[in-house]
Structures are given as C-alpha cells and as structure tokens.
Design a protein around this ligand. Structure first.
Ligand code: ATP
Ligand code: MG
Length: 386
C-alpha cells in the first residue's frame, strides 16, 4: 500500500511508476516478474507499460488478449470476478494461456483483478515463483490490484481536473479579450468604418472632382453652368462625408489619468447645460486597472446621460469607492423616477441593459432602483482584476 500511495507524492511518469510498483509487488509475492494488463473499451487486454523483470525483446510486448464474456475463460474469471484456481503453487489455466501466446518460459503464474470499486480496469499478474505461489501471495496480489485501482482513479480525476483547468483558462482569456473590446468601446468598428470612408469613398470622390475639372476646361461654354452645378454638388457631398469622418473617427483612446477629473468635468457640463447640481464623492484607495476604469466610466456616463435626458432632476450624486476587491459606484438623482420593470427592455433603448451587461461581463453586477416620484439610483460593482 505504501508503494502504491507513494505515487501520489512522486514525480514519476506513469511507466516509471508501474515499473517500480511491479518490482515491489513481485518482491512481496515472491515472484520474479510482474505485469499489469489493462482492459480497453473493446474488451481487449493490453500490456500496461512497463512490466517488471521482462527482457526488452520479450514476446510479452506484442501480446494482446481478446476477452470473451465474464466466466468464459481463466483471464475473464480474474478480470470480472477476481477468481482463480490455485493448484500446487500455480494457476495452470493461466500458465497455458501465457505459453500459448509466446511466453514459453513461464514457470508458474497467478493473477488478481485490477479494480476501483465496481470498475474493472484489468489484471495484475506475477510470474515465476521459486517455490510456487501460496494463498497468501494471491492475497497480496489482490490487495495490490485494489490499491492500484484507487491510484488509477485518482490519476484520472487529476487529469480531468487538469483539462477542466485548461478549459477554464481558455474561457477566462476569451472573457478578458471580450472585456478589453468592450472597454475599447467599439473603437475597432469605428476605425474600420472611418478608414473605409477615407480611403475608398473620399478618394473616389476627389478623383471624380479632378476629372470634372478637366472636362470643364476642355468643354464648350454651353455646358459650363451645368458642370458648375455638378461640381458644387460634389463638393457638398465631400463636405458632408468629411464631417461624418470627423464624427466617427475613434477619439484617441482617452483614458483619464484621474477618474475623479473625468467625472467632475462631465458633471460640470451637466450643471451648465441643465442646471443639475452635482455632488461627487470618489475614494480610490487602490489602483484600478485602465480597462476597469473604462468600463466604470462608460456606465457612469450612461447613467448621467439618462439623468440629463429623462430625470428632470435638480441634483445628481456620484459616489465611487474601491473595496471588496473591486470598484463600487452609485449614481443617484432626485428626478421623476420610473418603473424599472417597464423600462428595462424597451426596444431600441439599450442604455440600462448595456450597463448591466458590461458589469456582468467584468464579473460584477449592476442594479437600478427607481419608482415614479422617488428619483433613481444606479449601483454597480466590478472586480479590480480582469
Ligand atoms: N435617471 C432616470 N430618470 C428617469 N427615467 C429614467 C432614468 N434612467 C432611465 N430612465 C427610463 O428608462 C428608460 C430606459 O433607459 P435606457 O438608458 O435603457 O434607454 P434610453 O436612455 O431611452 O435610450 P439609450 O439607448 O440611448 O440609452 C428611459 O427611456 C427612461 O424612460
Ligand atoms: Mg440611456
């Protein structure tokens, strides 16, 4: 048992572990050689590397046994029922099988089931006892079969855990990627649109204007008025496309060096434009990663847009503080309030939904509390690590 459980602590690879275990089992059962045979999904018994005590070119390495139904033959009786007939120091039916399949030098052998609870993993076999195997050797072998089964099960669950950990890490990195995209706020799409607008449409238009200019200088006087009209139209199209370009060009990703400053500026412009009196309480005692700040600012900005657009408020308060491993923010107003259940999913209005999704994707939460006549409070929390 100690030999088997030492696997749990050792850094052995699997063949190394079975070689060591084989040596120990052979010694305990007074055998010269030992091997583990594993039951495959199609009922074939194959050798588990590495058997103990066999020469490198032994026929054992080429052996396979197709098992029949339980109870059919001696190996089946071992694997499925852990039964064996021990006759004068050996299991004659087993010896016959080894000899027939090439191990002509087998002197004697016994076998036990390799099992984990109800699960049949295969068999453990020892070969060549000097004075023949005894009932107590068989007993040792059965214990070894059970102990190895437990280790096997442990190893399988460890592998499974390893795969799960890998899958989890992949999911986490996909989430981080998504989150960074969200933090960048569709800039990528805007950048693509802006460059298509600039590189394709505007250049084609400039080409058309140049062409027109040439035609104009070469043409007769009668058409000049129409060509001038056409030129003016084209210029207007170009102006409007350039205005569009200025609007959609992604702003240089402006992450505020100071969140407080960004929020204060936004509140001040609300005060000037809409006469809403701002209150601000920001306590950032720990560093907040830029991507998390960007998400928080997007949510704050949406909450403040809503106050300005819908609330008819006279006061608005923004409270933000680090704590609980994250950043917690509250935006409240003393405006009209609204029925949250009715407004949360109005087609085409996505501000509230987007706030919740951003917070949840970052691993946090977002709540909106409001009732007609009582003002509105938007609260969210996002963890500091992505
Ligand atoms: N602070 C607030 N005070 C009063 N009503 C609000 C407030 N915030 C949201 N609402 C109500 O909830 C509705 C949904 O808000 P939401 O932000 O999802 O959409 P929206 O602001 O109308 O459009 P957008 O998609 O541009 O944000 C609003 O139309 C408004 O009726
Ligand atoms: Mg909105």
């Amino acid at each position: 048992m100690a030999a088997v459980s030492s696997y749990l602590d050792s850094d052995d690879d699997l063949p190394g572990f079975f070689a060591r275990l084989g040596a120990t089992i052979a010694e305990l059962s007074h055998a010269r050689r030992a091997a583990f045979w594993r039951l495959g999904p199609r009922g074939t018994l194959t050798l588990q590397p590495m058997p103990y005590g066999f020469a490198k070119d032994s026929p054992i390495f080429r052996m396979r046994h197709e098992l029949g139904a339980a109870g059919l033959g001696e190996i089946e009786r071992v694997v499925f029922e852990d039964q064996l007939d021990l006759v004068r120091g050996t299991a004659p039916a087993l010896d016959a099988i080894w000899r027939k399949s090439g191990l002509g030098d087998v002197k004697n052998s016994i076998a036990a089931a390799w099992i984990a609870g109800e699960r049949r993993i295969g068999a453990v076999v020892v070969y060549d006892s000097q004075n023949g195997f005894t009932a107590s050797d068989l007993c040792v072998l059965r214990l070894a079969g059970m102990a190895t089964g437990l280790v096997w099960q442990y190893k399988e669950s460890e592998d499974e855990l390893g795969h799960t950990a890998v899958r989890l890490e992949e999911a986490m990195s996909a989430r981080r990627h998504l989150l960074n995209n969200i933090a960048a706020g569709g800039d990528e799409a805007r950048r693509r649109f802006a460059s298509a607008l600039h590189d394709d449409s505007l250049q084609l238009l400039t080409g058309a204007e140049l062409q027109l200019e040439r035609i104009r200088t070469e043409t007769n006087i009668n058409n000049i008025v129409q060509l001038d009209q056409l030129r003016n139209t084209l210029r207007k199209v170009e102006d409007s496309l350039r205005r569009l370009l200025t609007n959609v060009s992604p702003e240089p990703l402006q992450l505020p060096s100071d969140m407080r400053e960004a929020i204060s500026e936004r509140l001040e412009s609300m005060r000037v434009r809409a006469g809403i009196e701002p209150h601000i309480d920001i306590r950032l005692s720990e560093e907040v990663p830029q991507a998390i700040q960007a998400i928080a600012l997007k949510n704050i900005s949406e909450a403040l847009n809503n106050v300005e657009k819908h609330a008819r408020a006279t006061r608005v308060t923004v409270v933000a503080a680090t704590g609980d491993g994250g950043l917690r923010v509250e935006v409240s107003d003393d405006g009209t309030g609204f029925v949250v259940a009715e407004s949360a999913r109005v087609p085409g209005h996505i501000g509230l939904v987007a706030m919740r999704e951003r917070a949840q994707l970052a691993g946090g939460w977002c709540r909106v509390q409001s009732d007609p006549g009582t003002g509105t409070k938007v609260e969210f929390w996002v963890p500091r690590s992505l």
